[in-house]
Design a protein around this ligand. Structure first.
Ligand SMILES: [Fe+2]
Ligand SMILES: [Fe+2]
Length: 181
């Protein structure tokens, strides 16, 4: 069954109106809360095997979302190459909402669980959360650039953000592959 986060990440229906940032966050709150409750409950009652198995399954979900973000990024690039500012705006909103949903899922559910399961990751996770905050600031700046029609500045900034997200994802993928091992 798809969750609200999965829906925000689904690249199969690019013609759908983008999920607004506010409604997307509100829609995702219930599911994230349930996930958080479940994982915290498991941490308190059985901090070993069950949580480890649950995280192994969910690690695959995060990896899938990373690939979907790549698809959304490509959609923005294609729109820019076509010279379609309107298309770039629509695709960027989709990318931004999907990235925000993904970052929030990591911040509120997975990183706390990883922190409980693998305390040695504390500094790494703190660095990843700082990256998330930087990405959010840059997304806001990019949104403002598109709003005033600064396509060139937007394209440059978007490329820089995409590279930073890619480096960030590789760090996370290392953690996820260790979790699945
Ligand atoms: Fe992340
Ligand atoms: Fe991620």
């Amino acid at each position: 069954m798809k969750t609200s986060t999965d829906a925000a990440m689904d690249p199969a229906s690019p013609e759908e109106p983008p999920v607004s940032r506010v409604s997307g966050m509100e829609a995702g709150t219930e599911q994230r809360s349930e996930d958080t409750d479940d994982i915290h409950s498991e941490l308190s009652t059985q901090p070993g095997l069950r949580l480890r198995l649950r995280l192994r399954n969910e690690a695959q979900r995060l990896s899938t979302q990373h690939r979907q973000l790549d698809t959304f990024f490509e959609m923005v690039v294609v729109a820019l190459e076509r010279g379609s500012l309107q298309g770039a705006r629509a695709s960027f909103i989709r990318f931004r909402d999907a990235l925000e949903a993904h970052l929030t899922l990591e911040d509120q559910v997975f990183f706390p669980a990883f922190r409980g399961l693998r305390p040695a990751l504390a500094d790494t996770l703190t660095g990843l959360i700082e990256d998330h905050e930087r990405f959010r600031r840059e997304l806001d700046q990019l949104h403002d650039l598109l709003a005033v029609g600064s396509a060139e500045a937007f394209a440059s900034g978007f490329d820089t953000l995409a590279e930073a997200v890619s480096v960030h994802e590789r760090k996370e993928e290392k953690i996820l592959s260790d979790t699945r091992a």
